[in-house]
Design a binder for this molecule. Structure first.
Ligand code: FES
Length: 159
């Protein structure tokens, strides 16, 4: 994933052209766009709607129904923390507190240096091994404040 602003118009058009040929290609197109840019650019929704012959309201509705799609640019690294019940019962609050304090951001925010975005997730399907955290798409189970601190240090994101 190359996070950042969508610069190349042709590249997005290529993604839309290939996925709009598929039956039910809208969600795979969202995944492809987000994998490429780190988010789905809101300003490109009219173009996406046209490619799939849908209204902008329909496209926006699908996009916002799924929690995994992002409408804002993210930092170079994305840390997603499960906030669902099983992970809460296994102590995710301590992991979340540590991340908020160390990064100086809340959920949905990116650090001032644009290095790390902290996002909530509602179950990775890794409930038996919670608390669960994903860093740049790699899933970690049995997370603790100490383990997440080591991960942050490895990313150069902790003092
Ligand atoms: S509740 Fe956290 S992974 Fe399922």
């Amino acid at each position: 994933m190359e996070n950042g602003k969508v610069e190349s118009k042709g590249e997005l058009e290529d993604i839309l052209e290939s996925f709009s040929r598929l039956a039910n290609g809208l969600i795979p197109a969202f995944h492809a766009i987000q994998n490429r840019y780190g988010y789905i650019p809101k300003e490109r929704l009219p173009e996406i709607a046209r490619a799939f012959n849908l209204s902008q309201a329909d496209v926006y509705g699908v996009l916002t129904f799924y929690h995994d799609f992002r409408l804002e640019p993210v930092g170079r690294h994305v840390v997603s923390v499960c906030r669902a019940e099983a992970c809460q019962a296994n102590g995710s609050a301590a992991v979340i507190d540590h991340l908020r304090r160390k990064l100086g951001v809340d959920f949905g925010e990116t650090t001032a240096d644009e290095e790390v975005t902290l996002l909530p997730t509602y179950c990775f399907g890794n409930c038996a091994c919670g608390p669960s955290v994903a860093v740049d798409g790699k899933l970690y189970g049995r997370m603790s404040a100490e383990r997440v601190e080591r991960i942050l240090r490895g990313m150069g994101a902790s003092a």
